[in-house]
Design a protein. Sequence first.
Length: 363
Amino acid sequence: MEAGIVGLPNVGKSTLFNALTSQKIPSENYPFCTIEPNVGVVTVPDSRLQVISKYIPPQKLVPALLQLVDIAGIVRGASEGEGLGNKFLSHIRTVDAIIHVVRCFEDPDVIHVEEAGVDPIRDIETIETELMLADLQTVVGSKEKAAKAAKGGDKDAKIKLEILLQCEALLKDVKPVRTLHYDVPDYQKVFKSLSLLSSKKVLYIANVHENDLHGESPLVTRVRELAATEGSTVIPVCARLEAELSELDPADRTEMLESVGLQEPALNVVTRAAYKTLGLQSFFTAGETEVRAWTIPVGATAPQAAGVIHTDFEKGFIRAQIYSVEDLVHFQTEKAIREAGKLRIEGKTYIMQDGDICHFLFN
């Protein structure tokens, strides 16, 4: 699953992407520095890997991975093709969640695409409006075809038409369709297949000045208030500082973090939050060869988790032996966990929990 980094031009998207992925794509002080999307992979920081390896020493640690896409800046009128908008919006359609970078700092030397100056709420509304306008075009264009198929008795078409009408009503009311939730699997499948831009969950990154890292600025507070209305998360980040930190070796990075009063790079917080926004969680396998974090969707069953390791594991799944990181810390060895009766035997219907340590038995 992928998270796409979006925002107005020149708000720090590519700088953030470079810092997260340790790449060196151009990030200059002018609009549309990025044209084609850039793709990178970032490890998901997880202290539980180190905890597990303390009791089960491996040859290597393998963290979970997250794929990020740096998407070119969206401007007002993008849904009508302004600034290559149709092309850029199509790049958003392919990702599973949005990391929306918002400028929350004043700097006369950094160009802002809006002549009116820095206003994060206006900037967010500009992007949201363009996503919703593009969605409205998609919905209206699909409605007639779905209606014809529904009249012919097509079950999926009837579901699709019902969803399209609900989406159209929301979009005309200037509300993103991410507020729609379907519990029935058939409806979930159809809604997801529409790939509507405003259906994607959002994580807001407030790009701030270094001086605002230890005291929230009014600009960030405004973003946080807006995000609260839709259940989204806001993380303040100084993208320029994070880019500098990412280029240092571990010792110098620790020293610089201490000098600015931070315990860890904000990018660690961003990565974990993006992972959560995508609806992902980790389970672990542990042995002498490696301790590895595996990525699964929240709600995945034990066989589905086994299938992430190898498809044959899911096909021939018999049962899973599972214990928690807390059990390992308390009992210190798998043998002691087993003897204490804490090694759980779970079957095909077991819903995986974040942090499960597993052994899978399969035919």
